[in-house]
Design a binder for this molecule. Sequence first.
Ligand code: FAS
Ligand code: PHB
Length: 388
Amino acid sequence: MRTQVGIIGAGPAGLLLSHLLHLRGISSVVLEKRSRDYVERRVRAGVLEQGTVDTLVEAGVGERMLREGLPHHGIELRYGGAGHRIPFEKLVPGRAITVYGQQEVVKDLIAARLAAGGDVRFEVEDVAVHGLDPASGSGPYLTFGGERLDCDVIAGCDGFHGVSRPSIPEGVLSIFEREYPFAWLGILAKVAPSSEELIYTRTERGFALHSMRSPTVSRFYLQVPADAREEDWPDERIWAELKVRLESVPGFTLATGEIMEKGVTPMRAFVTEPMQYGRLYLAGDAAHIVPPTGAKGLNLAVADVRVLTEALAAYFADGSTALLDGYSEACLKRVWRAQHFSWWMTTLLHTFEDDDPYARRLQLSYLDYVTSSEAAATTLAENYVGLP
Ligand code: FAS
Ligand code: PHB
């Protein structure tokens, strides 16, 4: 078999890349190790930047998102017994975020690819990358389940635990990473949101986030110890802790309901430089991870794919490699901005056990500044809705 672009992974990065390439008349094959049902049910991110919304709409896959997504024109920072709204409409007029579950984006993209006759293969086993070294003479190709797919280019969209990044020879990549001393327990609950807003809460007991997926489904996150396991958190304990942390302002009552899904996500930051080797290009979580406090993970994947699509379109149009050669540099500028913003939001709002009293006062002073200075609040707002 041969295709122009062999794509490993049917997450947001791989599926969007396949769709955008199709719109440019470029063929691809997507190889996914999990089942379609699994990837369509996997609950993860929920916040789409303005740029991501625009990309999906321009690519003709935004219709259901526009119908069912929840536009948000601000967020609330809650700490010290009070709530403070960060008003996007005032600070960054015309730009907002849309709450629309990542699994919904994945469903929309899979539907679009299959409707267009796209070649997306699920439950593919043992994908391996070959021929990256020009000296091999074979050109790049993928093997899987006893088959071989010859490609002009390979896109590694297989997430943090994928096979593409490890297929790059030792010594080529520089890795930058940070492990945080806590994790997030994510909860999906069949209960109406208790507020219109996303509420980021800092308390001495730890961080909590109130988000949502629809008028009847809420999404919550709790800062938990780095080694926490789901079984440590029965539903009663989850609701009790969410109440303590979120009901920290007068008049706010947290509605509870049936918990449909819970999962622990480690809090880590990771960047690989460069994001390419030979004719292999890494996009999304295969290349970088951010702590989800800044809601950047999914949006960075989309941004990488936009850059890669333009580079591949130029390459297949007339063989020019300038954009492909500059792929990493073009992506990493935005990646590092998102890394910093995600680190900034995480350190601003989480409780660090080894923080001394002085550090905690600094944190509270910074929160006072962000919620009282228009300049400081604009810094948060323009990064949160996504830089152009
Ligand atoms: P993905 O990991 O989504 O997709 C990679 C795909 O490749 C997967 O379908 C995988 O099955 C497949 N794959 C892996 N190895 C393979 C192989 N060897 N062969 C074939 N296929 C292979 N971001 C936020 O902004 N907010 C959040 O709240 C948030 N929560 C998260 C919770 C969890 C548990 C995780 C893991 C991530 C979370 N993220 C969050 C980040 C997340 O949304 C990612 O940024 C986003 O999924 C990136 O998309 P992809 O790069 O496509 O990677
Ligand atoms: C979510 O709704 O899943 C969500 C919202 C904001 C974040 C992270 C996740 O910062």
